[in-house]
Design a protein around this ligand. Structure first.
Ligand SMILES: [Zn+2]
Length: 431
């Protein structure tokens, strides 16, 4: 009777009408939540007692008809049974979505009423309320208390001892996971597929956490199921024990992902599990704290970084780096060090031309010119060689120096006058 009952829930590939090559569901595992209250090696020592290459599919955060219905169709096409962790608020909004799960023979668990990502730090009374309300909402949607399994997944996997203790006291099993596919992040569906397969291959068996509300998951799921089939994986359907359906007989070591074996020597150094480093160069270990963060809305990259930064692995981090921040360079100071040359250094004032224009060459020789005229004359003289007067005479010898200087003086004086006349003429023409 027992075997018949379990067999009726499993759907082998051969029993999948219209899909002879379906993945199917290889067996049904009946568990006692009180005996194993916490499962999933991402957070707990125990996980489901699966054999190598056995996989349990779980979907969170629904129902959201647009995507959840597609997930149901994809699973139906492969005759695969899964476990769905439903949000109470979503179940109230889309009760028919929860009933579809039941009618398709999937397992239904709950996932809180409002999906708070703070159950690790909220008052236990509030956490209890979230749990109780979520259960009540899903039951109300189902209209059948027995259709809801005593399975619970904490939103964002934000576990807390008080929450776990309360759930255990209610006979409810806490489900973490053995691996994720990051399908709530802004990644492509092919990336979801890659992560699901890589992480599954690294552990060889376990509970895969997906989200049926995500379009990228809908897109990735058919390929994941096809590849599971191609690589020889088998789907296990998990249900809770009931008075009519006792738990599957298991041994405690089966609930360990890597149970100690008598066939393996244990005198060597502890072996580092390869799943830890299998992708270390590509992907850091998923941060549990931002799991499910992106349930209802899109998150900008900045928000994502900020969120991940503040709650890396559940540990609050400072918003800013603790070391001193670099101050901006004092660019304003550069102007005071190197002032722009004043414009009048290069200008000849207008009134100078007037003074020069009024003075004849004779007057320039006899009448003392104004201050500005003197300055112009000096500038012109310097330009035409007069500056040689500054050279010490002894450098030119006793005879040569005066003659040279005198000739230079005469040339400079004549040249200077010519320059002045030229300037005056130019000035007159341009007025
Ligand atoms: Zn969730």
């Amino acid at each position: 009777m027992l075997l018949t009952g379990i067999g009726a829930q499993a759907a082998s590939a051969a029993d999948c009408p219209g899909h002879p090559d379906a993945l199917g569901t290889s067996r049904t595992l009946v568990v006692d939540p009180r005996e194993h209250p916490r499962i999933g090696t991402m957070q707990y020592p125990e996980t489901l007692p699966l054999a190598d290459h056995e996989v349990v599919l779980t979907f969170d955060d629904g129902p959201l008809p647009r995507n959840s219905n597609q997930v149901l169709d994809i699973l139906a096409a492969e005759c695969v049974k899964a476990t769905f962790f439903e949000i109470g608020r979503m179940a109230t909004a889309y009760p028919e979505g929860v009933r579809k799960l039941r009618d398709a023979g999937h397992t239904i668990g709950s996932h809180s009423q409002n999906h708070p990502l703070t159950m690790n730090r909220m008052p236990i009374e509030r956490a209890r309320q979230e749990i109780d309300d979520g259960i009540a909402s899903v039951k109300a949607a189902l209209g059948d208390d027995a259709a809801l399994s005593p399975f619970f997944r904490i939103p964002g996997l934000m576990r807390a001892q008080g929450v776990e203790d309360y759930l255990a006291s209610q006979g409810i099993q806490v489900w973490s996971a053995d691996f994720l596919a990051d399908d709530w992040r802004h990644i492509s569906s092919s990336r979801v597929y890659d992560l699901a397969m890589q992480r599954l291959e690294a552990k060889g068996r376990g509970i895969l956490l997906l989200h049926d509300i995500q379009a990228r998951t809908v897109a990735a799921l058919p390929r994941i199921l096809r590849e599971l089939k191609a690589r020889g994986y088998r789907i296990v359907h998990v249900v809770p024990e009931t008075p009519q359906l006792p738990a599957t007989s298991t041994e405690p070591p089966q609930w360990q992902l890597h149970p100690p074996s008598e066939n393996v020597a244990i005198s060597h150094w502890p072996k580092i599990p390869n799943f830890v480093f299998a992708e270390a160069a590509i992907l850091p270990a998923p941060s549990l704290s931002d799991l499910d963060w992106q349930d209802e809305r899109s998150m900008t990259p900045a928000e994502s970084l900020d969120h991940a930064g503040r709650l890396a692995r559940g540990v609050p981090l400072p918003r800013e780096a603790p070391w001193p921040r670099q101050l901006p360079l004092p660019l304003d100071g550069a102007a005071t060090v190197l002032p722009v040359p004043a414009g009048n250094i290069f200008e000849i004032p207008e009134k100078s031309f007037a003074a020069i224009a009024l003075a004849s060459p004779r007057q320039q020789q006899t009448a003392p010119a104004g201050h500005e005229t003197d300055r112009i004359a000096k500038l012109i003289a310097a330009d035409s060689g007069q500056s040689r007067r500054t050279i010490p005479r002894k450098r030119f010898g006793r005879r040569g120096a005066p003659r040279l200087a005198g000739r230079g003086n005469g040339l400079a004086a004549r040249g200077g006058r010519r320059e002045l006349k030229h300037l005056v003429q130019v000035k007159k023409r341009s007025v």
